[in-house]
Design a protein. Sequence first.
Length: 565
Amino acid sequence: MSQTDLSRRNLLTLSVLVIASRSAPTVLSRRLLPGPFPRLVRMPLPTSAADIQAQGGDTQNAHQFRAPFPVSHAGLSWHGAPDADIETRYAGPNKKWSQWEPFWLSADMSVDTNLTNSKDTSSSRFFSALLRTEQALEFQVRVLSGLVSRMEISLIDAQSNSPSPAIPKGDALPAPSIITRAMWKADESLRAKNPSHAPIERFILHHTATSNKDNNPEATVRAIYAYHTETREWSDIGYNFLIDAKGHVYEGRWARDYKKEELHDGEDQTHQGVIGAHAKNHNTGSCGIALLGNFEKAVPSAAGIAALNTLLAWKNAVHKLNPRSIHKNLPRIMGHKDVGSTLCPGKRFFALLPAIRKETEKIILASQLENPGYRVILRSGKVQNFGTAATTTLATHTPQDNPPHSSASTPIVSAMESATGYWLAAKNGEVLAFDDAKFYGSMGGKHLNKPITAIAPTPTNKGYWLAAQDGGIFAFGDARLHKARTADHHTLSRIITMRASIGGRGYYLLSSEGEIHTFGDAKFHGSLTPPTDENRDDPAVALVLLLPQSVSSLLDSHRKNDTFR
Ligand SMILES: [Zn+2]
């Protein structure tokens, strides 16, 4: 969707002219009762002083026309100046008038309609984006500037009392959950039967320029569908997908009938995408995705952008497209304004495009990562390899305090991966480093009050800590000792495991009683404490740390420079 420049420029034409009509409006098309939502009527509006007086209004005072039903969304079309300032306000059952709101020009176009930039626009018909009007029963419309004629308002009731759909679970990563047309209650009689398809080459992002405060986005999707088919007379809703502020993805233009378990992907059986109506001259070969709302001044919601990224990742992955690549001189993922003179998808949304491309790529790469194998470590230090983890070499090092052994002299108690190798720690403090994991020292051959129970590498893998059962910590390489953050560290006992904090300047210790002890920058979130007889029977055995954006850092190391621009 779009508008042209809506600043209050050159008020050269009409003084404030209030369109009024006391008499019942002429209804061009009527589909009021009964049947599925939405209801939509189109009514012509007078545009000249003579028209208004002829219909019983006057040019000085506001007169409103009544709607035939509570109106949830309204759209306007007109001839003349595409940048005309036309406003409306409305009142619902409580009779309170809303603020004046402008009708935003929509630049979302079907393949067979034309919004020209030439001087001869007088014969062209222009359409606004839809306005959310709550439950409006009365309207006023005024033209602030711009010569317009043959105005027509579309009044839509897309509200429904039936409950909103349950959101289905998406398929395998990265396919998102999609609210199907049946779920958002699309009236399938409104659309044409035989859509056209073409291979998907790119993704064009839009905003709908509708309200950002929308308590019923499903109704707005229905309203857009009715507006596109009945007022704009397109064969179906223009967009291929729509996304609301909570991150719900709605199936847009109908592509085919789906089998029950099939994902509604907007494509035919050969994975050609259905051709939508959203970006003039670029509908064929593109997938049009619209975020509900107006993002010229407001920033899209995080949930909306996250859903968009997931949707884009899924589509790019299916079609094997690089989301950061250029194709036929245009980005694979772009905003409507990249191919048309429009503000769509809004300044704040458009500014997010580089981040969206990057995040889309990350999701795709993350979904392609897999563990190539694993090793099972036996108490004796023997290693069983599975998958491609077939070979293992003891690191070649000659530290004075711990000459290399093929196995430790006491039982192995802990193992940790490095990026491309691993360490084993033995009860007596010996450390064995394998493959590319480096040896940074050990407690082998030194006096220990209590046996070693855990080894924890630093995030850089350039060092590690050893933890003893009594909470004694020994640091090697770039590992540092940190101050306890939990008060009762003097009671440390039965420590069974240790993990570095994500920041790397601290660590967690876990006791078999389930007590968590935090050191340095390790954030404390709670603990099983004090120990009771109950959890002595059910000891803690492992600590799993939750990671923020865990794939991001991983992927940076997997990225190949020559693949991306
Ligand atoms: Zn657009």
